[in-house]
Design a binder for this molecule. Structure first.
Ligand code: NAP
Length: 272
């Protein structure tokens, strides 16, 4: 994979300067999906020579205890990136805790400073899934002047993906659950990005012939992973469709590692 090769080169360059990029994953509670995700990131990081810690906290901790851990990690010079796994247990204010992460260590790109930079058109850390979306599109089709429709307006996928498409000079429409005549609007898209969390909701009636369709959804149905796009139906009319599993999700971890390397570069005073 092209992105993997570029990442390996950047890590190699840093290592030659005596720098090992590093991250800490904070997990609060025993959510099975969070444990699997943390292990996978750690494994992928270590495989590429990035130092990774998995800091597990009990589900009974207080908000202050989490804030204390974040403060310690903000202060630890040898840690470049901090990733706080969501969801957090009830009673913990996720926004308050996420906002406590130093923006230069915010490899998830959820801090308001990083969101603001993205809105301004001068992004620093971009949420990894949105970054996978834009990198996939860039490597598939020219974006400039195209009509793009993003279905979903979450802070972690839909909104940042729309802003990145806008930055690449697409004409962008954002749709959501109140959008009227969704199939009609979706059918205007040369590039259709879907992030709804509704299994297989997008079929060929939503797709313009030849369109590039990016499926962000990851849903478990009868023990099987499926996307938000009905792949078999849509591939009949689309120019390209990303599969689930094996599509955007795979690239997302690499983008997180890319952000870790970027954090290391910034913190050591190199151009990122
Ligand atoms: N591949 C990856 O790395 C990755 C990363 C993150 C998420 N995901 C997956 O992506 C999916 C979406 O995640 P998310 O965090 O963006 O979800 P989310 O926060 O639940 O947002 C879903 C969005 O879809 C819109 N929506 C829901 N039903 C709709 C409908 N019938 N018609 C039009 N719009 C509709 C919602 O509209 P309203 O705003 O009006 O409610 C909302 O904006 C999930 O399957 C998740 O597991 C994958």
């Amino acid at each position: 994979m092209e992105v993997d090769g570029e990442l390996a080169q950047e890590i190699e360059n840093l290592k030659r300067k005596g720098i090992t990029p590093s991250l800490t994953i904070i997990q609060v509670g025993d959510n099975k999906a969070s444990t699997t995700y943390a292990r996978s990131i750690r494994r992928q990081a270590e495989k590429r020579g990035i130092y990774a810690e998995h800091y597990k906290m009990s589900g009974e901790v207080t908000e202050k205890e989490i804030l204390d851990v974040i403060k310690r990690l903000n202060d630890r010079k040898e840690i470049n990136g901090i990733l706080l796994e969501l969801p957090l247990p009830e009673g913990i204010d996720a926004k308050k805790v996420l906002d406590a992460i130093d923006p230069i260590k915010d490899i998830d790109g959820f801090h308001p400073v990083n969101m603001g930079k993205l809105l301004e058109g001068t992004p620093n850390f971009i949420p990894a899934t949105a970054q996978s979306v834009i990198e996939t599109i860039k490597r598939t089709v020219p974006i400039d002047g195209k009509r793009a429709v993003v279905i979903g307006r979450s802070n972690i996928v839909g909104k940042p993906a729309a802003l990145l498409l806008l930055k690449e000079n697409a004409t962008v429409t954002i749709c959501h659950s109140h959008t009227r005549n969704l199939p009609e609007v979706a059918k205007t898209a040369d590039i259709l990005v879907v992030s709804t969390g509704k299994p297989k909701m997008i079929n060929s009636n939503f797709v313009k012939p030849g369109a590039v369709v990016i499926d962000v959804g990851i849903n478990k149905v009868n023990g099987k992973l499926v996307g938000d796009v009905d792949f078999e139906d849509v591939i009949r009319v689309a120019g390209a469709v990303t599969p689930v599993p094996g599509g955007i999700g795979v690239l997302t971890t690499l983008m997180l590692l890319k952000n870790t390397v970027k954090a290391a570069k910034i913190q050591h005073g190199f151009d990122a």
